[in-house]
Design a protein around this ligand. Sequence first.
Ligand code: AMP
Length: 421
Amino acid sequence: MSKSPFQSPRGTRDILSPESDQLRFLIEEFVSLLVSAGYGQVISPMFEDIAVFNRIGESTEIVTKEMFDFFDKDPKRPQHLALRPELTASICRAFAQHRPITPWKVWYAGPQFRYEKPQAGRYRQFLQVGAEILGTPDPAADTEIISLAYGFFRKIGLQEIKILINSIGDNESRKRYNEELVNYLTERSSALSEQSLMTLKKNPLRVLDSKRDEDQDVIAGAPLIENYLTEESKEHFKKVKEGLDLLEIPYEISPRLVRGLDYYTQTTFEFVSLSLESAQNAIGGGGRYDGLVESLGGPQTEGIGVAIGIDRTLLACQSENLDLDAQTRLEVFVVDTTGGREALLIADELRQLGIRTDRSFGGRSMKAQMKAADRSGARFAIIIGTDELEGKEVTLRDLRGDGQQITMSRESLGRDLLKLI
Ligand code: AMP
């Protein structure tokens, strides 16, 4: 086969079945938890005024380097737009625009875009599902968000996950801490990478987020924010931890977890898969962002949220050998050598009963249809030849295992199959 001249753009991929089905399954599993906890969906635009995303923070690489931005075609006043690199900023923009009743509990799902260096588990278009609660400072909201994400990872069967949490305090805590941190880092500036020296000027806290080798010694000895938290921030963090303890959710305190976005306050957390390479092992994360709505022109409104990376969650499932196809795999394939009338009727009947069923088209030979049945991944083939048609029966063949066959009544086929599957 000659290679097609067009390929999907660098850092993106066409996701075909069964991988696409598995991703959809993962999204649905999380969404069903969110719906049962009172969250409603927000569908916001894929692109926004770039200024909305700039609020994510001028010292984050997402803003400085990774935005897919463009101007629209308005000849007089072209608007500077960008594809969304994440959804929290859009949700807060929507909150400021519509002023819904609080607490506003919402979820979203869809692709995000970042101009990153592509590698395994790091794409320029990737899927996130997330949840946000706006309008309450209650630490129970932080606990709820973390527990829902944890519940999702457990529900799909992931075992090797770790929750890292930290508090970066309120503004007052961070002001106190920043002074100490700047002194510490400035004294050691000759040992820091050039990138971190730039970050130091814009947002010193974010230097702690550096993954560069040369920065690690300095970061390891840096003062810890927990020693600078105000009483209120300490109390907030204590309540979040107590909530997690009550729900028996295991976590690890990670005193240097500041996360990649500038807007966080108080609680920050990350879900790590121990079965993935460390550079791409974050499968979800989030935190509080009590000032973001205000920075987007809305009223002072607290917020807490989580975003789960669905592509990476799937990689984690694969490396833990989880079977995600069980709920999407075909159950029955109908093989009809009598002209196709029976295939039409049986497929329709079984689908109405919720049995995942396929059939072949084009009146092909028994051999060709059986091959198609094998390839389809279905558990059973239902075979109708002239003998079966005359005897008002069908033959049921187990396509896995030893290929056992039994004869079943055509009339009670649907009911009998439901018992079997
Ligand atoms: P963030 O918005 O950076 O906190 O990311 C939340 C989650 O999205 C991460 O934990 C990852 O699982 C996922 N994620 C972030 N960037 C990428 C990317 N470039 N490719 C795939 N997944 C990503």
